[in-house]
Design a protein around this ligand. Structure first.
Ligand code: NAD
Length: 286
């Protein structure tokens, strides 16, 4: 290109160039927020299985971000009491409720107690789950299948149904699934099936609630060092738990809790029906 041609070319580019100042409406290029914000200031959150593992970490991080939390536990009162203490040390309130979330009436009671105590509900974290590894499908009884589905996915439905009448625009539901929903697990056929159902439940409910600005998202953790692991793989060598991930290690509950904080907060205001994958680098075909 000669110098003259070069100049013409650049003039044309300039003419064609779009400028933000000519746009109606103008694009929003900066969000309003404090430099040290509490992401969940004065929110009220229910966390099923909030006593231990990932649920405990979520409760503590929510409290650090300014939320009061309802910790629903099943059997481990000591864990629940400890989590309550840890939340209160962050300067927030914790209501501890013992309940079996596989029963619908119990879920309605949890929500009612939350409203009676805090007067509102902003965030629901469905997190409770059980698993019973079995190497052969023939070993899975109807009772185990029922119990696993009731605890892992029926409870998400029961809790969401009970919570929804209280959730206002800006509220969020965050569901805990698993990498096994996407990858399968030969020892956890029933558990993995419930986790797949949780993914579809999350996506479906999100589309139903999007126009109300109630967001429904999920987290699909990889191997995380929680009580679920030693309790359901007793006697197994667990030193190499998580070593089959690209990062060659298990994750910690605190490394998963940050996903819940993000999805529950306004930082994720344009995100619904999606899953985050704290799994040590396993790339999934989602
Ligand atoms: P965890 O054992 O600490 O938590 C399980 C929780 O479920 C407990 O707090 C328990 O109180 C609760 N629970 C079980 N049955 C219940 C019932 N009937 N009613 C009420 N609560 C009940 O283990 P975790 O690993 O923190 O599990 C939390 C979630 O994380 C589960 O949904 C699990 O599937 C998911 N997850 C865990 C891993 C992992 O490697 N640890 C990986 C992927 C997904």
């Amino acid at each position: 290109m000669s110098n003259k041609e070069d100049q013409n070319y650049h003039d044309k580019i300039d003419e064609a160039a779009n400028s933000e100042k000519d746009m109606t409406p103008r694009p929003v290029y900066e969000r309003e927020y404090d430099l040290q914000p509490k992401k969940l200031q004065d929110k009220v959150a229910i966390i099923t299985g909030g006593d231990s593992g990932i649920g405990r970490a979520v409760a503590i991080h929510f409290a650090r971000e300014g939320a009061d939390v309802v910790i629903v536990y099943y059997k481990e009162k000591q864990d629940a009491d400890e989590t309550q203490k840890l939340v209160e040390e962050k300067g927030r309130k914790a209501l501890v409720i013992q309940a079996d979330v596989s029963v619908e009436e119990n879920c309605r009671n949890i929500v009612q107690q939350t409203i009676d105590t805090f007067g509102k509900l902003d965030i629901l974290v469905n997190n409770a789950a059980i698993q019973f590894p079995k190497e052969d499908l023939q070993e899975i009884t109807e009772q185990q299948w029922d119990e696993t589905f009731r605890t892992n996915i029926y409870s998400y439905f029961f809790m969401s149904k009970a919570a929804l009448p209280h959730l206002k625009a800006g509220a969020a539901i965050v569901n805990n699934a698993s990498v096994n929903a996407y990858r399968g697990n030969k020892e956890l056929v029933d558990y993995s099936s419930t986790k797949g159902a949780i993914v579809a439940f999350t996506r479906s409910l999100s589309t139903q609630l999007a126009e109300k600005n109630i967001r429904v998202n999920g987290v699909a953790p990889g191997p995380i060092w929680t009580p679920l692991i030693p309790s359901t793989f007793p006697g197994q060598e667990l030193e190499d738990f998580g070593s089959d991930t690209p990062m060659k290690r298990a994750g910690q509950p605190a490394e998963v809790a940050s996903c819940f904080v993000f999805l529950a907060s306004d930082d994720a205001s344009y995100i619904t029906g999606q899953f985050l994958h704290p799994n040590g680098g396993t790339v999934l075909n989602t």
